[in-house]
Design a protein. Structure first.
Length: 714
């Protein structure tokens, strides 16, 4: 027993050895929450307070469940095989399998994964002759799942307009189809289990009496239905031990309710709140920065991370002239770190938006630094990028059958599998490409495939004399790709990646000597293929880790670069437009990013960044201002005037902006008495009519008449 609790600090020991009470454990980043949770279970069983069958432990990932089970096996000499340790979905599946008749399910019910669910919705829309452009399948899937996660069936769903009413009707049809086929989606697992327990009192009482202790990990990520499910199971007197960190609640877009922690404090925990604030991961300066950032959020349950590992190094801050300058600095620092003995696997590059990875990947590729994209695909391997490149490949070479098959029916044009089989058979007989064989098709297949051929021919004519970046932009728009992703509920990431492809084309053209034989398009497609296929880290090869901040949660590295710290990028403009709640979620995301670093942290930004193939002037993120200056080591001086900012032509292939009246110029930092410091992003007019547009960061974008506005260069 003494071995079990020997190395716990005082708050950890208090949490592990609590008497049978409800408790909320506020576990800061790197404070040993998994250890506390596992040791609590081991303590309860070792002291005879509960047997293995009386414990219900809920985690958020299968990986966490396996890790908990393995740790528990090493702590106490019991067989953990029969224990109820798993994710919400895994545990609900187990309960429904045991009581399938009561749940109204066939014994062999199947679970639809995300792709299966989308395919079923598409099939449903087709059978009902519903326009899938007006009711995009992905959006309908999101609508259905969001209602289920709120515990709302189609019969209870509210509709305030005809469009929503139609979606509710489609939700009801989807439910009927699932019941007919004996299948359930992920959201259904939880809702069906909740409804079963709610209406079946003997069954509910059985599980309430069985589980005497309920332990929940990552409580800040629970949604409304998950909390209600836990409340049902705890209704018989079970004690709930909830571990979480409201400062790391970053999944609102998935339905997570940060308010569940406050509700749990009110409904159950009361005064039984234990704060785990000693951090075993990061040095003091990193924690001081994290604490300074997160204190700006309201209604926190409150805690302050600390460590006895010393202050460590200052946080290194770098402001590049451009996103390319930022990337070059980062890659040079990485090469220096590796030369000094740092393992590449201990270096992480974090970004707010997946599209940001393109510039970083390009620089890593150019400098021969192996890298891996964690939890995602490398830029040129992403679905939307491969689609756009396939259209470009067909412009350059219509006989490219692989590119043809990728996009002939994407976005969907009603070209079915049977039509494509006929086309491939015809092409085989003619010994020609699919593109050339299309003219031989008759009937409906001839019409639909012929429409695609006409689209490609039209695109070829329209882009014949366009510069490469404009060609890429035109293809993305006119092919229907952009519109397709605009209608997706979570298509924003894909649209940002497509924008970044335009930027990649603009940067490619700016590179002297980059154009080889065959012209700009062929050379660009060659580069894309090389980057997609080469320089991947092999199995066992050490590689730098690239990932979004969301993907980084739960991970830690010796060296972390947080990149693109600019207003509108991080914090992201979409979140900031949601008001204070959106900004606070972004700040929690920044807090997660900062606390991934163990020894060294870099925060970087750029004064200009490519957007839609054009240069955008940026203002440093407000989060940078929230880090105390004494914690920072600035690795370059901020530009003092426009003379220190490269002219527009150096990045965008255009020309330097003409100076406005009063000697002010695009890119210049200026100060306004009311709005503070900002960057001039546009100018117009002369003399008394002269105006400038200034990005003031927090105060937003302002057009100011120079005759009246008092702007001071800084």
């Amino acid at each position: 027993m003494s071995d079990l609790i020997a190395n716990l600090n005082a708050p950890q020991l208090q949490a592990v050895t609590l008497p049978p009470v409800h408790a909320l454990i506020l576990a800061g980043a790197g404070s040993g929450k998994t250890r506390v949770l596992t040791t609590r279970i081991a303590w309860l069983m070792s002291t005879g307070q509960v047997g293995p069958h009386g414990v219900l432990a809920v985690t958020f990932t299968n990986k966490a469940a396996k890790e908990m089970t393995a740790r528990l096996s090493s702590l106490v000499p019991i067989n953990t095989r029969g224990m109820w340790i798993g994710t919400f979905h895994g545990l609900c599946n187990r309960l429904l399998r045991a009581h399938y008749r009561e749940a109204g399910l066939p014994q062999t019910f199947q679970i639809l994964d995300t792709a299966d669910q989308l395919a079923m919705v598409k099939r449903l829309l087709k059978n009902l002759n519903v326009d899938d452009e007006k009711y995009p399948p992905r959006e309908l899937v999101h609508f259905i799942n969001a209602h289920k996660e709120q515990g709302v069936r189609a019969a209870q769903a509210e509709a305030y307009d005809n469009y929503t009413q139609k979606r509710v009707e489609l939700y009801a049809e989807y439910e009927n189809q699932c019941n007919r086929e004996g299948v359930v989606d992920f959201a259904e697992l939880l809702l069906r289990c909740y409804e079963l327990l709610q209406r079946n009192e003997p069954l509910r009482r059985h599980y309430q009496e069985r589980f005497r202790y309920i332990l929940v990990d990552e409580f800040q990520d629970t949604n409304k239905l998950q909390y209600a499910w836990l409340q049902l199971l705890a209704g018989g007197g079970a004690k709930v031990f909830a571990v979480g960190d409201d400062d790391q609640s970053i999944y609102a877009f998935r339905g997570a309710e940060v308010g569940n922690m406050r509700d749990f404090e009110r409904d159950y925990a009361g005064d039984n709140i234990i704060r785990l604030e000693q951090n075993y991961r990061s040095h003091g300066n990193i924690l001081a920065a994290a604490n300074a950032l997160i204190k700006n959020n309201r209604e926190r349950l409150g805690k302050n991370l600390w460590t006895d590992a010393g202050e460590g190094e200052p946080i290194r801050a770098f402001e590049g002239y451009s996103d390319l300058d930022e990337a070059r600095f980062i890659v040079e620092e990485i090469r220096e770190l590796v030369r000094d003995g740092v393992s590449p696997t201990q270096v992480a590059l974090l970004y707010r938006s997946n599209a940001q990875s393109r510039v970083l990947e390009n620089e890593l590729f150019t400098k021969g630094v192996p890298y891996k994209v964690y939890g995602g695909l490398r830029f040129f391997e992403r679905q939307e990028i491969k689609h756009a490149l396939a259209y470009l490949r067909l412009l350059g070479n219509p006989d490219d059958d692989t590119a043809f098959l990728r996009v002939v029916n994407f976005p969907t044009r009603g070209i079915g599998a049977r039509s494509l089989e006929n086309l491939q058979a015809t092409a085989h007989q003619m010994n020609s490409s699919l593109y050339n064989a299309a003219a031989s098709l008759t009937g409906k297949a001839g019409q639909t495939v012929g429409g695609f051929i006409r689209l490609i021919e039209q695109l070829r004519q329209e882009t014949e004399n366009l510069p490469l970046p404009e060609m890429v932009e035109h293809i993305i728009e006119k092919s229907g790709l952009a519109q397709h992703y605009r209608t997706e509920k979570e298509g924003q990431d894909r649209l940002e990646n497509l924008d970044e492809l335009i930027n990649a084309a603009a940067t490619f053209i700016d590179d002297e000597g980059a154009i080889g034989e065959g012209g700009a398009l062929v050379s660009f497609l060659t580069l894309a293929s090389l980057e997609a296929g080469e320089h991947q880290a092999g199995e066992g090869q050490e590689a730098v880790q690239l990932m979004s901040v969301h993907a980084a949660k739960g991970l830690e590295f010796d060296v972390v670069f947080i990149t693109g710290l600019e207003q509108g990028l991080f914090p992201h403009e979409n979140s900031v437009s949601q008001g204070r709640d959106g900004l606070e979620e972004e700040r929690r995301l920044m807090y997660v990013a900062v606390t991934r670093a163990r020894k060294r942290l870099y925060v970087t930004c750029a004064q200009t960044r490519m957007l839609h193939g054009q240069t955008r002037y940026c203002v440093p993120s407000s989060f940078l201002e929230e880090i105390p200056e004494q914690l920072l080591r600035r690795l370059n001086k901020k530009a003092e005037s426009a003379s220190a900012v490269p002219a527009y032509g150096q990045f965008g292939g255009g020309y330097a902006e003409p100076p406005a009246a009063h000697g002010l110029r695009v890119g210049m930092n200026v100060e306004h008495a009311k709005f503070g410091v900002g960057v001039i992003v546009a100018t117009e007019g002369r003399g008394a009519d002269a105006r400038v547009q200034v990005n003031f960061g927090r105060a937003g974008m302002k057009w100011l008449a120079l005759e009246y506005a008092k702007l001071t260069p800084v």
